[in-house]
Ligand binder design. Structure first.
Ligand code: PMT
Length: 404
């Protein structure tokens, strides 16, 4: 898992080094972000050496470790690619910023852009902790669902005795691990995912197909399983192994895919259609290989069944996620497909750009929801985007239910 460790400016910042080590131990990736004040207490080099990564020390390119436009929006990239944000020590100032949505440095800006679980380990002087302002901020942060670890009672660096001491790194690391393993928000759901291309035969040895590798759909199946869902993956012909714990139904043509999808329709509570289904096929495939006799060959193709549109008509209360593979007018086309195919969420992606779309490990998508929201998700590994898609889908379900 990818963890962001935010370090605030307090004497307890030195304990964050132990925390980084404890988080690295089970194999997590740890990206450290230090506020300006934190750097007065501990040098970023300590954390760079521990984590093997450049420490982010500020908002602007020289501080984020880059000199390009990409580094100027680094907070978004880090926010969208991370599984959890832990802030230790969480100072009174950071808690106030988070509670009120101030965004004047990298950590507070990332906090606003981050949609995953947040763990805060407060540390401050006893009077600051007890102050009505801090307690009000604490309440706000708790209501937001953040996990608060500590503070502990004891002797503080300022000489006072009382609550305010940051919890020990092992305790914070244990809380982080508990939160990560508790992300089972799809438990009880039955998720049907389609992936890969279809192959439409022209004769017994030739077929029409496309460049889909199945990576996007397999990532969606894997993510749903990791979050506790039962998953059936209807897969066209691909070179990928089955994701752990997922039932795979292998199909070849659009007609076979339709049958497999409809067979699981009643069972599914969420349907995600990432497959690149051929739009046309030869309705009657010749029994024997075509001979090379004519100088020119014309083949008349018929439309394949539109599986997504059919599911859209029959979905009842199920959540339906469609995809749109486009080379132009991404948002307009995604909107059109969302409505015409009866989806709740449409994932639009460009398939004419290097490094994203077909075959690549990464993708860059724009989500269009039935409530009219348009959410661009920047380039990231398909597995990470899969999680973001479920995050947005679960939020959308709450909005749909609230509107009923
Ligand atoms: O497999 P990868 O290499 O990882 O690439 C991922 C991807 C680019 C294939 C994936 O992200 C993607 O965009 N999938 C949908 C591709 C597609 O068929 O898009 P479309 O715009 O042509 O179709 C719109 C939707 O209708 C899709 O959800 C598709 O599954 C569905 N459809 C299309 C035709 C058809 N006959 N039946 C369908 O259900």
């Amino acid at each position: 898992m990818k963890i962001v460790l935010g370090i605030g400016g307090g004497i307890a910042a030195y304990k964050a080094a132990e925390l980084a080590r404890a988080l690295l131990e089970p194999g997590h990736e740890v990206q450290v972000i230090m506020t300006q004040a934190a750097q007065e207490f501990v040098r970023p080099l300590t954390f760079a050496a521990l984590t093997g990564r450049k420490v982010i020390t500020g908002m602007f390119p020289a501080q984020t470790g880059g000199d390009t436009l990409a580094s100027a929006v680094e907070h978004i990239a880090v926010a969208t690619s991370s599984d959890l944000l832990v802030v230790a020590p969480a100072t009174a100032d950071l808690m106030a910023k988070f509670a009120h949505g101030l965004a004047d440095d990298f950590l507070s800006t990332l906090y606003l852009a981050f949609t995953g679980p947040v763990v805060l380990a407060p540390a401050m002087n006893t009077n600051m902790w007890r102050h009505a302002a801090t307690q009000r901020n604490l309440e706000t942060l708790q209501q937001r669902g953040h996990h608060i670890v500590g503070p502990e009672e004891g002797e503080l660096a300022c000489g006072m005795v009382g609550p305010g001491r940051m919890s020990e790194p092992e305790k914070i690391a244990a809380a982080v691990c508990a939160v990560l393993s508790a992300r089972r928000d799809l438990e009880g759901e039955t998720v049907l995912v389609t992936a890969g291309p279809t192959q439409e035969p022209l004769d017994p040895v030739r077929f029409i197909s496309n460049r889909s590798s199945g990576k996007m759909g397999y990532a969606l199946a894997e993510a749903a399983r990791a979050r506790g869902a039962e998953v059936v993956l209807v897969s066209g012909p691909v070179a990928l192994g089955p994701p752990a714990g997922v039932k795979v139904v292998r199909v070849r043509t659009a007609v076979e895919m339709r049958e497999a999808v409809l067979a699981h329709l009643e069972w599914a509570s969420i349907i995600v259609k990432a497959a690149a289904v051929a739009d046309y096929h030869l309705a009657r495939v010749p029994e024997h290989k075509m001979k090379k006799t004519a100088a020119r060959l014309s083949v008349e193709l018929d439309p394949t069944p539109d599986i997504l549109a059919e599911v859209g008509r029959r979905k009842g209360g199920r959540l339906l996620v469609g995809f749109a593979a486009e080379t132009q007018d991404l948002v307009a086309e995604a909107r059109r497909k969302l409505v015409s195919k009866g989806c709740d969420l449409l994932v639009g992606n460009r398939v004419d750009r290097e490094g994203v779309g077909f075959e690549s490990d990464d993708n860059e998508v724009t989500l269009v929801s039935c409530t009219g929201e348009v959410t661009p998700l920047p380039r990231a590994p398909k597995r990470e985007l899969a999680d973001r898609i479920y995050d947005e889908l679960l939020k959308l379900r709450l909005t749909i239910h609230a509107a009923r």
